[in-house]
Design a binder for this molecule. Structure first.
Ligand code: NAP
Ligand code: HSE
Length: 422
């Protein structure tokens, strides 16, 4: 018999207990041993919960119990979760976690402590989609040329509803929280940080890159408004929050931000809480993974599969994938300023002769070529909205151009910018 304890019996933890009970016979048969949840740890014992497992509010009852084989960390947060996982590993317990924030900062430290002890973290990226397994196992014969995906269910749910039904930002964020999609602090979702945490985890497996969230380009969806949605519709785009890793000869670029993407692309058709990830390998070509990216049951499905794999296989391969990550010797993180993209700019301006010419001149001075331009009336008298897209240039070019445009006396607000991804 294998004994499991769940630290954190909230949205995901409750579902883990439920799956292990509902599918007990199938799970034990497939894992080859009986799996029993002996304890769940929570903060507030008086909260009403829909679980039958014995509960405690004392983490040490689990961490110091020699009979527990696998600790499932589902409490969230970084610092306390780090202490818990370190102690569990030091006490020779295997660990399963869905905590991408923890792994975004400490995956290499935890790998060093774990050594041969297994750490399962399939649930940390894209909920129910087995993308970690795909990279560690299924695609391991390939150089990974790119990973491009919708990795935050909350943002995709919000953007889909804003695009198709014109629902207001605040109302739809509240709905995502009620549905159990959002993080305890939803700023992690809408600010792009949650998707960035996931991207960093995937980049470790694919490229051996040891980067932290602070090292990469992260922008969220907070500034997207109905004008952007209109421009997108008018020119055949939709707006998605994408996490992107791209490899060149010596560099990997890692970035998370909203994009305008052609509405004919597969990834543009992924709506609601669904996640979708495209991975291109040098021999396999493009592979695409689709499924529910958030929610208790979908995430718990991945947590339980990790528990089963640990029970089946015992000692595992290193959590980050490979004993000697070959590519980490060669590849460096591309500086943010060097990233190249096409861009869309939204500007509120005074509607008078010469304004458009001034903006076009600044862009030209920074060697940026305009692709399309659209002018719309503003609700304020004598003002207009200018919506324009550019051909490819570098981040430092567009950022410097925006700084200059924002100094024009005819500009009424900050310039809003979205990258265009083909
Ligand atoms: P949640 O609903 O907030 O549940 C957290 C649980 O942890 C609660 O039961 C809470 O106890 C307990 N807890 C928190 N701090 C604790 C402490 N110091 N000691 C003991 N128990 C503590 O969170 P969740 O949505 O299940 O998410 C759990 C983890 O999975 C997070 O790392 C999250 O990022 C990750 N994840 C979530 C999803 C999703 O869709 N929800 C998807 C993928 C990954 P109380 O109930 O008493 O407050
Ligand atoms: N808050 C996360 C999301 C949960 O919305 O994608 C799944 O990781």
């Amino acid at each position: 018999m294998v004994k499991v304890a769940i630290i954190g019996v909230g949205t995901v933890g409750e579902s883990v207990a439920k799956i292990l009970e509902t599918n007990k016979e199938l799970i034990c048969a497939r894992a080859g041993k009986e799996i029993v949840v002996t304890k769940g740890v929570v903060k507030n014992l008086s909260k009403k919960r829909n679980v039958k497992i014995p509960l405690t509010d004392d983490i040490n009852e689990v961490l110091n119990d020699d009979s527990i084989d696998i600790v499932v960390e589902l409490m969230g947060g970084v610092d306390d979760a780090l202490k818990v996982v370190k102690t569990a590993l030091t006490n020779k317990k295997a660990v399963v976690t869905a905590n991408k924030a923890l792994l975004a900062y400490h995956r290499y430290d935890l790998q060093a402590i774990a050594k041969e002890l297994p750490i399962g973290y399939e649930a940390s990226v894209a909920g129910g989609i087995p993308i970690i397994n795909a990279l560690k196992v299924g695609l391991s014969a390939n150089q990974i040329m790119s990973i491009k995906g919708i990795m935050n269910g909350t943002c995709n749910y919000m953007l889909s509803k804003m695009m198709s039904e014109g629902v207001q930002y605040e109302a739809i964020l509240k709905e995502s929280q009620e549905l159990g999609y959002a993080e305890a602090d939803p700023a992690f979702d809408v600010g792009g940080f949650d998707a960035a945490h996931k991207l960093l985890i995937l980049a470790s497996i694919a490229y051996g890159i040891d980067a932290k969230p602070e090292d990469i380009l992260i922008e969220g969806i907070e500034d997207i408004n109905s004008d952007d949605m209109e421009f997108a519709k008018e020119f055949g785009y939709c707006i998605k929050l994408l996490a992107i890793a791209k490899k060149s000869d010596k560099n990997v670029e890692l970035r998370v931000h909203p994009v305008l993407i052609k509405d004919t692309q597969m990834i543009a058709k992924i709506d609601g809480v669904m996640n979708g990830i495209s991975v291109i390998g040098d021999f396999v070509g493009e592979t695409l993974y689709y499924g529910p990216g958030a929610g208790g049951d979908a995430t718990a499905s991945a947590v339980v599969s990790d528990i089963m794999e640990i029970v089946r296989a015992g000692q595992s391969s290193p959590m980050l994938g490979f004993k000697k990550p070959h590519e980490s010797q060669i590849l460096k993180l591309l500086p943010i300023d060097e990233i190249e993209s096409e861009y869309y700019l939204r500007m509120s301006v005074i509607d008078k002769p010469g304004v458009l010419a001034d903006i076009a001149k600044i862009l030209a001075n920074h060697d940026i070529s305009i692709d399309r331009i659209l002018q719309k009336p503003n609700s304020f008298k004598n003002q207009a909205k200018l919506l324009c897209s550019t051909h490819t240039c570098k981040e430092k070019q567009i950022k410097n151009a925006i700084k200059e445009i924002e100094k024009l006396s005819t500009l009424k607000d900050k310039v809003s910018m979205i990258r265009i991804e083909d």
